[in-house]
Design a protein around this ligand. Sequence first.
Ligand code: 6PG
Length: 239
Amino acid sequence: MKKVVEVLPDKQILVERSLEIVKDKIQTAINERGQCTLALSGGNTPKPLYEALANEALPLEKIHVFWGDERYVPPNHPDSNQKMAREAWLNKVDFPPTNIHPMPTSSGNPTADAEKHSTELREFFQCGAEFPVFDIILLGMGNDGHTASLFPHTDALSVLDRLITVGSKDGQPRLTFTAPLINNSRCVIFMVAGTDKQPALAQIFSPSGDETSYPARLIQPVSELWWLLDQSAGSQLER
Ligand code: 6PG
């Protein structure tokens, strides 16, 4: 595994650097395989990246967008990761609607919707019983060390035989990529900003630690792992 850790001077430069890397990875995927499969993160940190992507001339017909996790709310709910990404990027450009693959959250049964999305992924990737290989998975990290919707001390952390499972934050269900699905990606990119993330980052970058307390430690992709941090998050890291 190639692991890159970059500490950028501030959040704006973090976003600019993230844009540069994501554009490069998109082009590489298209050059090599004719398309790019990109899974978006939710939360606040990536929103300016999505807004920047909206100003880029990209071969949208060759890009397929997914989400690494989703709050179990309707797509028009203020907490929806889908809503955030559509408003920041997807609705501003001419994405083919069939290239956008949101997680289903409308049946009222998170487990059933998790299985439904797993089936949708298997059909798209034509991967049979194997795990799909995403070209790029964007992730954030909470100040508790969670990533996607893999929260500390939850059952989702130990789901190793499925693509999508049901996470839980304060009892609220969420759909999430499992750790093995994330780790099967060609390139995982974390974007982390803010001093409140320092303690969790110290735990995650520690040579030893508890993965159930700091789930981002579970993310050890077979190919590439990028940690893009702003100074306020990453300045104290022992690298
Ligand atoms: C979500 C995200 C989540 C997020 C972290 C960090 O659905 O909220 O997938 O994992 O990346 O909570 O969020 P911030 O970027 O807002 O700090």
